[in-house]
Design a protein around this ligand. Structure first.
Ligand SMILES: [Fe+2]
Ligand SMILES: [Fe+2]
Length: 175
């Protein structure tokens, strides 16, 4: 199975995948890509906001929202990589309940930032005659926002459930 091919993984594939494969996929496909993409998206947003401040469609406040999301994601993804994922990989699902609850709460905050991005950009709608930078920004944002939604979904609805089921298996095995 080529677990790193973007966009090729149906949810059903992950239901039967190991926690190891899923964690490796999430870090490579989402964490690394968010880290790569966000600085450029922030730079493009600052530029568009500066150059097109008088345009009615100008996404005012977008760069600040992206910067806040970048800071939140950096700390969130580090907690996953250094604390939660190692616990899930060791089958410590019962002990991971606290960290999982924190991550779910932070995912809700990330969802709110995504909603703000869609609102500020009028659902990523470009005005007539938008310049190349503006087009590049919305194309990049489309890809980033879709990725982040999929990332949150894979963790909330597949990885965290799989991790806690693995823990139940361990507990049952001990009885
Ligand atoms: Fe993550
Ligand atoms: Fe997460």
């Amino acid at each position: 199975m080529n677990t790193l091919a973007p966009g090729s993984m149906e949810q059903a594939d992950w239901q039967t995948a190991s926690v190891e494969d899923l964690v490796a996929y999430i870090v490579k496909r989402f964490h690394e890509r968010h880290r790569e993409e966000l600085p450029e998206l922030i730079r493009l947003a600052r530029k568009v906001e500066h150059v097109h401040a008088s345009n009615q469609a100008c996404p005012a406040g977008l760069a600040d929202v992206l910067e806040g999301l970048q800071q939140a994601l950096e700390s969130h993804m580090l907690k996953e990589e250094q604390v939660l994922f190692p616990m899930l990989l060791k089958g410590m699902g019962a002990l991971a309940r606290g960290p999982v609850a924190v991550m779910r709460f932070e995912h809700d905050e990330q969802d709110q930032a995504l909603a703000q991005i869609h609102q500020i950009t009028n659902e990523l709608t470009l005005p007539d005659g938008a310049c190349g930078t503006w087009q590049l920004l919305y194309e990049g944002l489309k890809s980033f926002t879709e990725d982040l939604s999929e990332h949150i979904h894979l963790e909330n609805d597949v990885l965290f459930l799989k991790g806690s089921n693995a823990a139940k298996g361990v507990e049952n095995a001990r009885v």
